[in-house]
Design a protein around this ligand. Structure first.
Ligand SMILES: Nc1ncnc2c1ncn2[C@@H]1O[C@H](COP(=O)(O)OP(=O)(O)OP(=O)(O)O)[C@@H](O)[C@H]1O
Length: 256
């Protein structure tokens, strides 16, 4: 399989609280992602896991450049996003869908319009939008909810709308930031099945941030184990077990 996502020595720091100064009196920069290199293959389902503050969400957001790395390269399907102009980056992002823990739906828009929105801004032909929205709602089993508003949906249904919205422009990569954290165990299971089906049917590469070991075990092919901004190791997931080898990694994996 081709390399779909290649991170080459990416780093990311944030300016700390203004009250925290370095010894020389200058503002303190906190390193959220230490130099990290990672390759994710086309069609993989890849997890990012680690304790709170490990840098999982920041690393995920580097992949679509919602966070711009301080250094290093972010290569998606052969294109280094760090070299693109703002308008080129906007176009390249059509290849990268994203879903969020809190769904981020527009509450004053129907399910149909929430999904159509992404197509409109990606320049999808107007005459084809209706069919594409309904096809995507069928994939997530929400055809009968097209005219509903988000407030009329359960959490699991809202996340399915988020998935339909993300896959509508036919991205090659789907990023998921704690997509099941707000859901109960049964709804989580059905959402993971939905993500697995999308991966198998559409061939979309999925990168998922989660602190739930069971999500990694059920869904992922491999997972990066992160600790305090560092990539400890990339572990295979075989027979429902995360094959960690480093001492901290092994500790993370039995934490559930
Ligand atoms: N925009 C920001 N400004 C300042 N600090 C930030 C910013 N974003 C993240 N950080 C810091 O970077 C570190 C890593 O944050 P990140 O959200 O990536 O971790 P995480 O592993 O996803 O944690 P969690 O599981 O709690 O969401 C944290 O210490 C966080 O406070």
């Amino acid at each position: 399989m081709n390399d779909m996502i290649v991170l080459n020595d990416v780093t990311k720091s944030f300016l700390s609280d203004r009250s925290i100064k370095d010894k020389d009196g200058k503002p303190h920069w906190f390193t959220a992602v230490e130099p990290t290199s990672l390759t994710i293959k086309q069609g993989e389902i890849f997890g990012l896991m680690g304790y709170s503050g490990a840098g999982k969400s920041t690393l995920l957001r580097l992949i679509n450049m919602l966070e711009r790395p301080d250094s290093g390269q972010v290569v998606i399907d052969g294109t280094d996003l760090t070299t693109l102009s703002a308008s080129e980056l906007r176009i390249a992002r059509h290849n990268i869908g994203m879903i969020f823990q809190q769904f981020n739906l527009m509450s004053n828009q129907t399910v149909f319009d929430n999904v159509a929105f992404n197509l409109k801004i990606s320049g999808y032909p107007s005459r084809d939008i209706h069919k594409r929205v309904m096809d995507c709602l069928a994939i997530v089993d929400l055809t009968d909810r097209a005219g509903h508003y988000p407030a009329q949906l359960s959490g699991g249904q809202k996340q399915r709308v988020g998935i339909a919205r993300a896959i509508a422009p036919s991205p090659k990569v789907l990023l998921a930031d704690e997509p099941t954290s707000a859901l109960d165990p049964a709804t989580t299971r059905s959402l993971l099945t939905c993500l697995r089906d999308i991966n198998e049917q559409l061939g979309v590469t999925i990168v998922i941030v989660t602190h739930e070991m069971s999500v990694i075990r059920r869904l992922c092919d491999r997972a990066a184990l992160l600790h305090q901004g560092q990539l400890l190791e990339v572990a295979d997931v075989r027979d429902g077990l995360i094959q960690a080898t480093t001492p901290i990694g092994k500790g993370l994996v039995v934490e559930d």
